[in-house]
Design a protein around this ligand. Structure first.
Ligand SMILES: Cc1cc2nc3c(=O)[nH]c(=O)nc-3n(C[C@H](O)[C@H](O)[C@H](O)COP(=O)(O)OP(=O)(O)OC[C@H]3O[C@@H](n4cnc5c(N)ncnc54)[C@H](O)[C@@H]3O)c2cc1C
Length: 276
């Protein structure tokens, strides 16, 4: 869709858990002319892989209240809960679209028109949009967008490995939290394993990415559970809670990143405490 010449948009780039949470918050805070731009489908990035576990820490509980407010089903598994990221996306999409929020999907932000860090237009493959405020929630797409503003992403952030196991045989449904991992099945053949915060902190101490030993420990754990012929798929995610869910980067540019690898848990709550 072409943008009108005079209307300025409050643009959110990225339709994952972060972008959608932020869009919801902006809408609830009375922002008008909201536009979400996503280069693919909603939650097609890392959010689509999320096991949907929401930890029961202070922020996780706040996020759960937001999920419930949106009527997203919350399933409780003792020390944590589970929400389906796709259901969240559907609720946001239909709820906000009917309130006039604009969604441009399968449209990639390829450039910005900016002056001294102040963005005037966002340029996509199909159109360009005048900008009031720009919210960048593009996860691993953030560095290249920042580069266009001449602002490199601080390199003080980490990646921890997430692991998806594919089993050749259907797996019985399972949801386990032991001292090292959260484990839960997704569908009949996929098992999602997520390091617990202690493991994450261990990685934070000095490892820039999850070490092979971490993977070995997970494999060992699964073999102990009776898994055989485990196919291993690696997926790297960022880890650095501090960078920066509420950092202001330029006069009208805001970065919203869930680099801590716990977007289901933290994105909704952090969107609400972002200073705008
Ligand atoms: C296997 C796995 C399991 C996980 N399990 C959990 C869990 O149980 N609980 C939990 O809390 N967290 C979990 N996580 C982490 C959670 O999924 C992430 O923290 C969260 O999805 C990050 O959301 P995001 O919106 O920042 O990123 P993304 O979902 O990656 O969204 C960014 C979006 O930006 C779009 N984009 C990028 N560049 C551009 C551009 N130039 N123009 C337009 N669009 C662009 C991308 O297409 C993408 O859709 C898991 C992660 C993985 C990989």
């Amino acid at each position: 869709m072409s943008a009108s010449k005079s209307r300025k948009y409050n643009v959110v780039v990225g339709g994952g858990l972060a972008g959608l949470s932020l869009l919801y918050r902006l809408h609830r805070s009375g922002f008008e002319n909201l536009l979400l731009i996503e280069k693919d489908a909603l939650v097609s990035g890392e959010s689509g892989k999320s096991a949907g576990i929401v930890l029961h820490d202070e922020e996780g509980l706040r996020s759960l209240a937001i999920y419930r407010e949106l009527d997203v089903e919350v399933k409780d598994y003792g020390p944590f809960s589970y929400v389906n990221p796709y259901e969240f996306a559907i609720k946001i999409y239909y709820g906000l679209r009917s309130d006039g929020v604009q969604f441009e999907l399968f449209e990639e932000v390829v450039d910005l028109e900016a002056f001294e860090g102040h963005v005037m237009r966002v340029i996509t493959g199909r159109s360009s949009y005048p900008v009031e405020k720009l919210f960048v929630a593009a996860n691993l797409g953030i560095p290249s967008i920042l580069e266009r503003l001449g602002k490199p992403l601080p390199d003080r952030y980490y990646r921890i490995q997430e692991i998806i196991f594919r089993s050749p045989e259907p797996i019985e449904p399972v949801a386990i939290a032991d001292e090292n991992f959260f484990v839960r099945t997704e569908g009949t053949h996929r098992l999602i394993v997520l390091g617990r915060p202690e493991v994450v902190n261990e990685a934070r101490e000095g490892l820039t990415r999850a070490e092979p030993e971490f993977v070995d420990r997970v494999v060992e754990f699964l073999i102990g559970m009776g898994f055989e012929d485990i196919g291993l798929e690696k997926s790297l995610i960022g880890y650095e809670a501090a960078y920066p869910c509420n950092r202001r980067d330029g006069s009208n540019v805001y970065i919203f990143a869930c680099f801590d690898g716990m977007g289901s848990t933290y994105a909704p709550a952090r969107a609400w405490r972002m200073e705008i």
